[in-house]
Ligand binder design. Structure first.
Ligand code: HEM
Length: 175
């Protein structure tokens, strides 16, 4: 949080609002959002597909017409792909070529291929702007003496991943 606030504050240069043009200088912010997607992917099983032809994949025969579900949540926590996969470490994305375009199958928050989410270019700056402005303007504390390590970050699977316990934070204005 401190590192993120530091980057955002530096780029904002005391202006009242962070705007879209500022985002390209916020590498840590982008890494934070990617890391959040890796651990808490909103559509954990993407959208089911149907195989259009017979294929052999990793030794499995998949017949044409089979419904295929991609567990993108499990890919995001796969220890063969990610070092210390359960740790929230945005730094892992700082020097990484991974984008949201579905070309890197390690991270698939928007899916991949011909049916990849067409809203990426719309959703990404909105998320980045919202997060940047929130952390620029507010310090976030945990209420009632809750400790960082006591937070329950587990999710409930469905079409959309829901947080089991609500996320409670106390914002206080920074200026
Ligand atoms: C954080 C925000 C969003 C996430 C995480 C997300 C995620 C996804 C995912 C995982 C898929 C399925 C892709 C696949 O199966 O390969 C999808 C499809 C789709 N998304 Fe998004 N999406 C987001 C925002 C948006 C927005 C803002 C729009 C529209 C403005 C949008 C429109 C669509 C449409 C129309 C499809 C269906 C595409 C198709 O089947 O051809 N999404 N999205």
């Amino acid at each position: 949080m401190e590192k993120l606030q530091h980057e955002v504050t530096k780029v904002a240069q005391e202006r009242s609002v962070i705007v879209e043009q500022d985002l390209e200088k916020m590498h840590y912010l982008k890494a934070v959002i990617k890391e959040n997607f890796r651990l808490h992917i909103p559509a954990p099983l993407l959208i089911p597909r149907i195989s259009t032809k017979d294929v052999k994949l990793m030794g499995y025969d998949i017949k044409a017409g089979t419904q295929v579900i991609v567990n993108a949540w499990a890919i995001g926590r796969d220890p063969t792909l990610w070092e210390e996969p359960e740790e929230f470490r945005p730094e892992r994305f700082l020097e990484s070529p991974i984008t949201y375009k579905g070309l890197h199958f390690e991270l698939l928050p928007f899916g991949a291929g011909r049916r990849v989410c067409p809203g990426i270019q719309f959703a990404t700056p909105i998320m980045e702007l919202a997060l940047a402005n929130i952390v620029y303007k507010f310090d976030m504390g945990l209420p009632n003496g809750v400790k960082h390590e006591d937070m329950d970050m587990s999710g409930k699977f469905g079409l959309i991943l829901h947080k089991i316990s609500p996320l409670l934070v106390t914002p206080s204005p920074r200026f």
